[in-house]
Each structure stands twice: as structure tokens, then as C-alpha cells.
Write a protein that binds this ligand. Structure first.
Ligand code: SF4
Length: 326
């Protein structure tokens, strides 16, 4: 393993100062330590942020859900307000990883986690994300688990997080603290598509620290949920997934938020599906017609063509689960 220094910090300013000088933040360590062991990541300095006061879950005055960056996945999933008001977040967390990992991994670390593309983790394979300019072994290799949306000629790796899909649907903002102060970045702008620079994955500036993630506020009642389709029922990443939130009043869909996972290089919002739903009455035929729009811009690879139909079916099924079939 590459040698590194290790520092514990106890306040956010101290953390940002260490980050500004090149330190890598570490909290649960459930991704970073693995990658360091495999020499995929070789940081010179680790900054342990587990002592920072970023462990609160609150509902804002407007009704948005704010989760501190160091809240564990299991802590967020079990929180009564998350379960009552945003079940899509709780379900996405509970369907992720294993119980042991959920007890260690944090919300901030979860959205920062790196891809599970096997070539990325194999240091003998060409990979533009790990080593810019080296090529992409997946594009002409075995790409069953790869993305069908948001890919480029340089990378087609999926973003592995489940809860990030829920955050994308709920129009979350990422709260950041950096050398120049605080800022909030819409989730859709925070995680970056690969384009020509797949090694750049987040819109973070040097030294910036995630302090919280906050969802938008929605009219109530808001029904929501997360469906994950995978090769086995536990401890497995999504082949496809769908996060759906819906507000129905007077028998008409007034708000619909839909995002997909397992298919995009970033959590994939589905505005065409949402537009198809707004102003309509819930029905089985509506769910099917809306879900047909989920794959509008899909560009499958050799081994993942099955994801096109699977995504439509996943979205249709989750619309039916959340919206009912009247
Ligand atoms: Fe690397 Fe992306 Fe290609 Fe995987 S898909 S080998 S992460 S460049």
C-alpha cells in the first residue's frame, strides 16, 4: 500500500484547511480503504472527519429533509422522520450494501463512492477513470453491468449509489463548505457525467467538504418508494432501479419525481416520464405509457441491451406500486 499520513480533525474549518492542502477526507472508509489496498487510490494524506458534528437529521421549516454528511446509512434509514416523510430514502438505503457496511458508511461517503466497474478496480486494465488517457477496457470488453444512459466514448461506468437515485428524484442539494465558504449545489450538477474527463466525478473544489444533503420540499401527501432489480436479493448493486415520489390531489397527479439507477453514468432523472404523468389520473395504462419514455436516449452496449426493457418494466412497476392502479 502507498504510504500516507493520517490526521484526525475535530472542527470543520480544520478539516477544510487540511483538505485545501491535499488531504483526502475519510469517514466510514468502506470504499476508500478497499481502493487503497488495491492501489487504485493512492492518497498521500488522509484526514479523518468522523469527529465532526455532522450527524443530524432534520426536517426544514419548508418540509425538506436534511441529512448530515456523517449520518450513517443505517442511522438515516432508521430515522422516524425519514421513514414517515421520505420512505424512498429509507428504502434506497436499506436495499444497499450489507448491514455491516450500512452501520459504518456515511451519507456523504455514499454519494462520493466510486464505480464498481471491474476494469476500474483492476490496475492492469486500461481505464480512463483511474488513469486518464489509458483507454476504456469496458467499451469493447464485458459490459453487462454498465450504463446505457449518459455514456461517452471514454467511459460507460454506472454510479453505484442507491440513495443518490432517491436524492436525484427529490431534487436534493449538496451542502458544501470550502476555503471560500459555504455553497449549495443541486444534485443534478454535483455528480458529473464522464464526457472526455471520466476521472472528474464531482463538482467539488479543492478542500471542499460535504456537510449535508437536503431534499426539496414537496406538497403533502407525498407517496414515495424505491425499487431495485439485481441478480441476487442481497448485497448486490442494481441492474436497474427506480425512485418515485408522487403527489396526487383530487384524483389527479400534481407532482411526479422519477429517477433511475443502475443505468446511468450518474443517477438518472427521467423528466419525460414525469411530464407524461402530470395532470393525469392514475391508471395502469398511464404507468405503461409513461414508463415507455424512460429509455428515450438509451445507448446500450454489446452485453447490456437487456437493460432497456428491464428499465421500462422497473419504472412501470414502481409507478404502479407508488401510484396505485385505479
Ligand atoms: Fe474505466 Fe469507465 Fe471504462 Fe470502466 S467504463 S474501464 S471505469 S473508463
Amino acid at each position: 500500500m502507498h504510504p500516507f499520513t493520517y490526521t484526525r480533525v475535530s472542527d470543520t474549518r480544520e478539516a477544510v484547511d487540511a483538505g485545501r492542502h491535499g488531504g483526502r477526507y475519510i469517514a466510514g472508509g468502506t470504499t476508500l480503504v478497499d481502493l487503497m489496498r488495491e492501489t487504485v487510490e493512492r492518497p498521500d494524506a488522509l484526514v479523518d472527519i468522523t469527529g465532526l458534528p455532522l450527524r443530524e437529521v432534520t426536517v426544514t421549516e419548508r418540509g425538506g429533509l436534511r441529512i448530515g454528511a456523517l449520518v450513517t446509512m443505517s442511522g438515516a434509514a432508521a430515522h422516524p422522520k425519514v421513514r414517515a416523510l421520505y420512505p424512498v430514502v429509507a428504502e434506497a438505503l436499506e436495499l444497499s450494501a450489507s448491514a455491516q457496511l450500512r452501520n459504518m458508511a456515511t451519507i456523504g461517503g455514499n454519494i462520493m463512492q466510486r464505480t464498481r466497474c471491474t476494469y476500474f478496480r483492476d490496475v492492469s486494465a486500461p481505464c480512463n477513470k483511474r488513469e486518464p488517457g489509458s483507454g476504456c477496457a469496458a467499451l469493447h470488453g464485458y459490459n453487462r453491468s454498465h450504463a446505457i444512459l449518459g455514456t461517452s466514448d471514454h467511459c460507460a461506468a454506472t454510479h453505484p449509489s442507491d440513495v443518490a437515485v432517491a436524492f436525484a428524484a427529490l431534487e436534493a442539494r449538496v451542502h458544501l463548505l470550502g476555503p471560500d465558504g459555504e455553497r449549495r449545489v443541486p444534485f443534478a450538477d454535483f455528480l458529473l457525467r464522464p464526457g472526455t474527463t471520466p476521472s472528474r466525478e464531482q463538482a467539488l473544489r479543492q478542500g471542499e467538504l460535504i456537510t449535508a444533503v437536503e431534499t426539496a420540499a414537496f406538497p403533502r401527501p407525498l407517496k414515495s418508494g424505491y425499487l431495485k432489480v439485481r441478480d441476487r436479493q442481497s448485497y448486490e448493486f442494481a441492474l436497474t432501479s427506480a425512485a418515485v415520489a408522487m403527489h396526487v390531489r383530487g384524483g389527479v397527479i400534481r407532482e411526479a419525481k422519477v429517477a433511475a439507477g443502475g443505468v446511468g453514468t450518474v443517477p438518472w432523472r427521467l423528466p419525460a416520464v414525469e411530464q407524461h404523468l402530470i395532470g393525469e389520473r392514475p391508471s395502469t395504462s398511464l404507468w405503461a405509457a409513461a414508463a415507455a419514455r424512460a429509455t428515450d436516449h438509451a445507448r446500450p452496449l454489446r452485453h447490456n441491451r437487456f437493460k432497456v426493457e428491464l428499465l421500462r418494466r422497473t419504472v412501470e412497476r414502481q409507478l404502479r406500486i407508488v401510484g396505485g392502479t385505479k
